[in-house]
Design a protein around this ligand. Structure first.
Ligand code: FAD
Length: 479
C-alpha cells in the first residue's frame, strides 16, 4: 500500500473513529488503522468502549436491573411476579448482539463517510510515516499529512492477583461469566468495580468489594460519596475500605484472597475475583523514539490543550493522554483535532466534562466538588434537594439520593453539580449545558420545568443555592 492520506488515525475507539469520521466530513482523505480482530480475523472497530467497555457493561447493568426489579421491586406496585429466573448465557448473548450491531455500525459509518479502514497494528515513525503490521504478518508503510494517535488503554494488572481469565478476571472477563458466581470478590471500588459488582450483585452474587483507599469515591463530592455508600450498603454490596490485597490463589476451583487492613490480615474465599484497579495507556510499540512523540513515566503521551504532541502534525486523543478516561472526552478531543487540522479554531472545554457511574441509582457529576472549591479558596454557596421530596421520584418508587449544586458566592455562576439518584446522568447533562452557556443558579431557578419530572430536582437545587427552594425548608432564607 503506498497511498498517502491527509489524516491517518491509529485506533478506532470513540476517540479515533470519531476523529476519522469528522476529518472525512471535512473533506480530508482519511484512514483509520485498527489492530483488533475477531475470531474470524475480521477487524473489530469501536475500541474498548463498544467491545468491552461502556456498551456491554450498560447492557448487563440494564438486564440485571430488570431481573432485580422483577424479583424484588415490583411488589410495592401491587405486582406479583412468581418464579423469576435468570438465563445468564441469554443475558450475555443479548449483550454480544448489541456489541455486534454497534461495531458493525462503525463499519457502515466509515463507508458512508469515505474513511478507509485498515487492519493492522500501527507504529508511527519519523517523517509522518506509519508502519502497519497486519494480523497475517504483512508489513506496509503508509504516509500521512497528519497522524492522530488514539490507541486507548488497557486494564491495570497487579502482581498479588494475576489474571488467569478463569477464576481471576479483569473487566473484560467479568462481562463474560456464564453463570452467577455465588461469592464474588471485586478489587477496586472505582467506577468499573462498582458497576460490575452491581451487575452480579443484582443477579444474586454475594459481592465483597476490597478497596485499598480509606476514602470512598474520593473524586466525587463528599456529600454524594457518603450518600452513595449508604445506598450501596443497603443494596448488600459489602464495600471494605482500607483493604489492601496481598495475594490471590486459586485452590480447588475457588479463589482465596488475602488482604490486610488496620485490623490485621484477612482471608476471603470467592468463586470469581474481578480485578478492577484502573486502566493504563496503551502506548507500547505505538511510536519510534525518533518520531518526536514522547510520554510520561506512566505512558501518557504528552500533549497541549489542543492535543498536539511534540512532533509536528501529530496529535494524540482519548485515554492515551491526560484527563479523565471517558469515551465522550476522547470523542470531543477527536472532533477538535479533526477540525483544527481542517483549519478551524476548535477548542475543548475541559471544565464541563460530565462523569457518571451507572449503578442504580446513578452517580453523576460536572465541575468542581465542594472539597475542591474549599482547597482552591473559592467563595461558594450550595443548594441541595433530596429525591424523597420529588413527586415523580416517589411515584416511581425511586426516591433515594439528592442533587447538589455549587455556585460562586459573588457571581452566582454555577461551578458544579453532583447527583446520586434516578437518571442522575441525564439530570447532570442539563447542568452541563447550562454551564457551557455560563449560566447562574438563578438562571436555572428562573427556567420553567415540566411537572412532575425528575428534572424538577435540578430546578429546586438551583433555587436552594439562593435560599428559594419551594418544596423543602431552606437552610438560609434569602429574599
Ligand atoms: C468496563 C468498562 C466500562 C466503561 N464504561 C464507560 C462509560 O460508561 N462511559 C465512558 O465514558 N467510558 C467508559 N469506559 C471507558 C471508555 O471505554 C474509554 O474511556 C474509551 O473507550 C477510550 O476511548 P479511546 O478511543 O481513547 O480508546 P479505546 O476505546 O481503548 O480504543 C483504542 C483502540 O485502539 C486500538 N489500538 C491500540 N494500539 C493500536 C495500534 N498500535 N495500532 C492499531 N490499533 C491500535 C485498540 O485495539 C482499540 O481498538 C469504560 C471502560 C470499561 C473497561
Amino acid at each position: 500500500m503506498s497511498d498517502k492520506f491527509d489524516v491517518l488515525v491509529i485506533g478506532s475507539g470513540p476517540a479515533g473513529y470519531v476523529a476519522a469520521i469528522r476529518a472525512a466530513q471535512l473533506g480530508l482523505k482519511t484512514a483509520c488503522v485498527e489492530k483488533w480482530v475477531d475470531e474470524s480475523g475480521k477487524t473489530k472497530l469501536g475500541g474498548t468502549c463498544l467491545n468491552v467497555g461502556c456498551i456491554p457493561s450498560k447492557a448487563l447493568l440494564d438486564s440485571s436491573y430488570k431481573f432485580h426489579e422483577a424479583s424484588s421491586e415490583l411488589g410495592v406496585h401491587g405486582i406479583a411476579v412468581k418464579g423469576t429466573s435468570l438465563d445468564v448465557p441469554a443475558m450475555i448473548g443479548r449483550k454480544d448482539k448489541i456489541v455486534d450491531q454497534l461495531t458493525g455500525g462503525i463499519t457502515g459509518l466509515f463507508k458512508a463517510n469515505g474513511v478507509t479502514s485498515i487492519q493492522g497494528s500501527g507504529k508511527l515513525q519519523a517523517g509522518l510515516k506509519v508502519e502497519v503490521t497486519a494480523a497475517d504478518g504483512t508489513v506496509s508503510t503508509l504516509e500521512a499529512g497528519n497522524v492522530i494517535l488514539a490507541a486507548g488503554s488497557l486494564p491495570v494488572e497487579i502482581p498479588p492477583a494475576p489474571i488467569d481469565n478463569e477464576y481471576i478476571v479483569d473487566s473484560t472477563g467479568a462481562l463474560e461469566f456464564q453463570e452467577v458466581p455465588t461469592r464474588l470478590g471485586v478489587i477496586g471500588a472505582g467506577v468499573i468495580g462498582l458497576e460490575l459488582g452491581s451487575v452480579w450483585n443484582r443477579c444474586g452474587s454475594d459481592v465483597v468489594v476490597l478497596e485499598a483507599l480509606d476514602e470512598f469515591l474520593p473524586m466525587m463530592d463528599m456529600a454524594i460519596a457518603k450518600e452513595s455508600a449508604k445506598i450501596f450498603a443497603k443494596q448488600g454490596l459489602d464495600i471494605r475500605m482500607g483493604a489492601r490485597v496481598t495475594g490471590a490463589k486459586v485452590k480447588k476451583g475457588k479463589v482465596e484472597v488475602t488482604y490486610s487492613n488496620p485490623d490485621g490480615d484477612n482471608t476471603e474465599v470467592f468463586d470469581k475475583l474481578i480485578v478492577a484497579v484502573g486502566r493504563r495507556p496503551q502506548s507500547e510499540n505505538l511510536f519510534t523514539a525518533d518520531s518526536g512523540v514522547s510520554m510520561d513515566e506512566r505512558g501518557f503521551i504528552f500533549v497541549n490543550d489542543y492535543c498536539e504532541t511534540e512532533a509536528p502534525h501529530t496529535y494524540a486523543v482519548g485515554d492515551i493522554v491526560r484527563g479523565p478516561m471517558l469515551a465522550h472526552k476522547g470523542s470531543e478531543e477527536g472532533v477538535m483535532v479533526a477540525e483544527r487540522i481542517a483549519g478551524k479554531k476548535a477548542v475543548m472545554n475541559y471544565d464541563t466534562i460530565p462523569s457518571v457511574i451507572y449503578t442504580h441509582p446513578e452517580i453523576a457529576a460536572v465541575g468542581k466538588t465542594e472539597q475542591e472549591l474549599k482547597a482552591d479558596g473559592i467563595d461558594y454557596k450550595s443548594g441541595s434537594f433530596p429525591f424523597v421530596a420529588s413527586g415523580r421520584a416517589l411515584a416511581a418508587n425511586d426516591s433515594e439520593g439528592m442533587v447538589k449544586m455549587l455556585a460562586d458566592a459573588q457571581t452566582d455562576r454555577i461551578l458544579g453539580c453532583h447527583v446520586v439518584g434516578p437518571s442522575a446522568a441525564d439530570l447532570v447533562q442539563q447542568v452541563v449545558i447550562a454551564m457551557e452557556f455560563g449560566s447562574s443558579a438563578e438562571d436555572i431557578g428562573l427556567t420553567v420545568f415540566a411537572h412532575p419530572t425528575l428534572s424538577e430536582t435540578v430546578h429546586e437545587a438551583a433555587l436552594a443555592v439562593n435560599g428559594h427552594a419551594i418544596h423543602i425548608p431552606n437552610r438560609k432564607r434569602r429574599k
